[in-house]
Each structure stands twice: as structure tokens, then as C-alpha cells.
Ligand binder design. Structure first.
Ligand code: HGY
Ligand code: MN
Ligand code: MN
Ligand code: MN
Length: 421
């Protein structure tokens, strides 16, 4: 290997695999499950404990720790100037049954980059901020990517505070408890200037693995819309109520759901992806006709016009539904496609090529990420590593250790280069 002659190359070469793998295993213990998965939903006691663990890790690396009003945690490595920092990191929360890498890998990778810079004795021009965003998953409190969204637009936080989880706990009350739990951490204003942002993440899909390419340069993120469809009929006795006299909210909801799946099948060429993942049935009793059913609609596509068409059809079909009850559709989350700037893509391509000694693959992200909000705020891009079997949001989520290492090496190169510009 030729002698590392640049800061970026020296940073890349000082990434330590054992330290990285140990850090991933240690964080995975917060909410770790017997099946190898992780259950660490945002702002739960387990998440708060994991945040304390990250704060201790960062302080041991000499970072200054701060927190903002949305409990986004920032770990800063000083530079030789106070120019706007380079931001990396990801989210610390997981799905109700998630894996040990989704989000956590990007946060720990940022801390490993700092450790590598420390080992290499490098002082960068700019500070480097590693962030652990709050509530990227949006599974406990909707919408998703709340922390990064509030970071770029602080006025959103007031509305987010009203969001309720499945136990009717508000995001605001969970947030206040999370902030109180780290009262020793200085508060920082929202929306600080940033020079650039790079997020390292697992792909969570099958593209890199099928192409047998270990590193991905993410060109952008597809569009997403979340809806809640609520069917309100009338609860009644399962045994005494004739079928033709019912206002059965489940029958109505299932009818709409089946039509949505047929619609998605007709849109197959546009690669539209539909998920009806969360159902709430009231009163949820075996011998009572459901009076109220609410189900979630997660729909994604690279072409936002397809989602607009889908939303129009959804609203039209619920308005025209012929039954004794009523239906409402609420849009609870909506993001147009995100595109990352070409200059950032080229730098990441350079970093990936040196790390893996082979050209990386350019691809669009099927999952959304905090980077979609940061892209509104500063030059932003993402690096992917493969997911085994394309599986994520599942305890079986896995990436080969050598691929995890390559991702962090590519990140170290990219962050070091950006922090010296
Ligand atoms: O749903 C998403 O795309 C993200 O992984 N939370
Ligand atoms: Mn994620
Ligand atoms: Mn996720
Ligand atoms: Mn809408």
C-alpha cells in the first residue's frame, strides 16, 4: 500500500476494526433481545440508558457533549478553528423489533472516526460533530426523523410535542424526561450552521448484496407519504347482529386495504411500495363487531407524482365508500424525493474506492434517513454498506464485519477531507 500522504488517507488507515465491532456489540446490549435483535424505541428508559452510554463513550474520546431542545445529542471534536463543523452520525433509536445496526452503526462509526483521528494525531481545520438524532424511526411517535426535522426547522417541535404513542404518552412529556435525565449536558441552540453532513447507514435492502459490491454511494432518497385511515362504524354483538345490518369498521377497512394493494400492483412499473403496517381495532374483542379501525399507510416511490396520484385515489375511495359508517384519511408524514449534490458523491466515490480497492455502486435509498432533512441545510450525502438478504427492521438484520469496517474507513476519509476544506 502506498504511504498515506493525506489526512483523509491517514484517518482511513487508523480505523480500528476490533474497537468498532466491540462498540457495536456494547450498544446492542441496550434493548438486546435473545434473537439477536434490539428493542430500543425512542426516549424509552432503555434509549435513555443507551444515550448515557454514548455520552460516556464520547467524553472518553475527548469530545464536548451537548444536547438541543429535541434531545438530539452532539459529540464535538474540536478543530483548529471554530468554522462551521462537519456533521456525521445517525439515529440511536430502533424499531419495536429492530436490529443492532439500523442507525446505531452510523453513530458508532462517527465516534470511531474520532478515535481514528485521535490515534493518527490529526487536528482538522473544522470541528467534527457526531450526532445521535432523536426519533428517526417514527414507530413510537409519528412522524419519522423528528429530531433532524426539528433541527432544520425548530418551529416544527411544538407540533411534534403533541404526538402520542400507543399508550397515549406525548412526545413532549417523553422529551422533557429525556432532557432532565441528562441535565449535566449543556443545551445548545437548534439549527447551528454546518459545513457538510455525511451519514453512514446499512442499505436495508438487497441492491448492494445482489451486485456483490461492498460500498454504496447514495445519490438520493425516494419520496414517502404516511397516512392514517380511520373507519368509524358501530360496535355491536357478534352473534345477534344480522350481516346486512352492520356498520362493521373492520369489513370497511379490509375493503379499502384490498383495493390499495390492487392499486399498488397496477403501479408495479413505478416501483411503488405500499405497507399497511399498524392496525388499531376498537374494542378489539372477539365477539364484538369492530366499531373503529385505524390503519397506517406507508407508501414510497422515486416519483412523487405517483404518490400524489395514489393519495388522490385513496381520498376518493374513502369518500365514496358505501357503508353505514364514516372514513377519514390523515396525512401524517410527507417527504418529496431528496437528491444529494454531485460534489459530495464524487468525494465519497474516492473514499469508497480507496477503502475497498474497487468502484462503489451508486444507488437511491429506499429507506428515508435523517440526511433527507440535513440536505436542506448543507451539502449532504450518504454511504451504504450491504444488508444480508436485504433484511432490516427485523432481528435478523446483519452486515458482514469486514463490510462494516469498509464503511467506516470510507466515512473516515470523507469526514477528514471535508473537515480540512
Ligand atoms: O422507514 C424508514 O425508511 C426508516 O428506516 N425509518
Ligand atoms: Mn435508520
Ligand atoms: Mn429504520
Ligand atoms: Mn397530503
Amino acid at each position: 500500500m502506498n504511504l498515506p500522504h493525506s489526512v483523509a488517507e491517514r484517518a482511513q488507515d487508523h480505523v480500528n476494526n476490533d474497537r468498532l465491532q466491540a462498540a457495536i456489540a456494547a450498544l446492542a446490549r441496550f434493548g438486546g433481545r435473545d434473537d439477536g435483535g434490539v428493542a430500543r424505541e425512542t426516549l424509552t428508559e432503555i434509549d435513555l440508558a443507551s444515550r448515557r452510554h454514548l455520552i460516556d463513550l464520547a467524553r472518553a474520546l475527548g469530545c464536548e457533549v451537548s444536547i438541543d431542545d429535541c434531545a438530539n445529542l452532539f459529540f464535538r471534536r474540536r478543530g483548529s478553528t471554530d468554522l462551521p463543523p462537519v456533521l456525521t452520525g445517525s439515529h440511536g433509536d430502533t424499531q419495536p423489533v429492530g436490529g443492532k445496526l439500523d442507525g446505531a452503526y452510523g453513530v458508532l462509526a462517527g465516534l470511531e472516526v474520532i478515535a481514528a483521528l485521535n490515534d493518527a494525531g490529526i487536528t482538522t481545520l473544522r470541528p467534527i460533530d457526531v450526532v445521535a438524532w432523536t426519533n428517526e424511526e417514527g414507530s413510537r411517535f409519528g412522524p419519522g426523523a423528528m429530531g433532524s426535522s426539528a433541527y432544520v426547522e425548530p418551529a416544527r417541535l411544538a407540533q411534534y410535542r403533541e404526538s402520542l404513542d400507543r399508550n397515549q404518552i406525548s412526545f413532549g412529556s417523553a422529551l422533557d424526561a429525556a432532557l432532565a435525565a441528562v441535565a449535566d449536558v449543556p443545551r445548545r441552540p437548534m439549527q447551528q450552521p454546518m459545513a457538510a453532513c455525511v451519514e453512514l447507514h446499512i442499505e436495508q435492502g438487497p441492491v448492494l448484496e445482489r451486485a456483490s459490491v461492498p460500498l454504496g454511494v447514495v445519490t438520493g432518497i425516494q419520496a414517502v407519504r404516511w397516512f392514517e385511515v380511520t373507519c368509524t362504524g358501530m360496535a355491536a354483538h357478534a352473534g345477534t347482529t344480522p350481516m346486512d345490518e352492520r356498520a362493521d369498521a373492520m369489513a370497511a377497512a379490509v375493503g379499502i386495504a384490498q383495493r390499495l394493494y390492487s392499486l399498488a400492483a397496477r403501479e408495479a412499473t413505478s416501483q411503488l411500495r405500499l405497507t399497511l403496517g399498524r392496525w388499531q381495532v376498537g374494542p378489539n374483542s372477539i365477539n364484538t363487531i369492530p366499531g373503529k379501525v385505524t390503519f397506517s399507510v406507508d407508501v414510497r416511490c422515486v416519483d412523487d407524482a405517483v404518490l400524489a396520484r395514489f393519495e388522490h385515489t385513496l381520498r376518493t375511495m374513502t369518500q365514496a365508500a358505501d357503508w353505514r359508517g364514516s372514513m377519514t384519511v390523515a396525512c401524517i408524514f410527507q417527504r418529496a424525493p431528496t437528491l444529494f449534490p454531485d460534489g459530495m458523491l464524487r468525494l465519497i466515490e474516492q473514499a469508497c474506492t480507496r477503502a475497498s480497492q474497487s468502484p462503489p455502486l451508486r444507488l437511491t435509498s429506499g429507506a428515508f434517513h435523517d440526511a433527507m432533512y440535513l440536505a436542506e441545510h448543507c451539502p449532504t450525502a450518504m454511504i451504504f454498506v450491504p444488508s444480508k438478504g436485504g433484511i432490516s427492521h427485523n432481528a435478523a438484520e446483519e452486515t458482514a464485519p469486514h463490510e462494516l469496517l469498509l464503511g467506516v474507513q470510507a466515512l473516515a476519509y470523507t469526514v477528514a477531507a471535508l473537515a480540512n476544506q
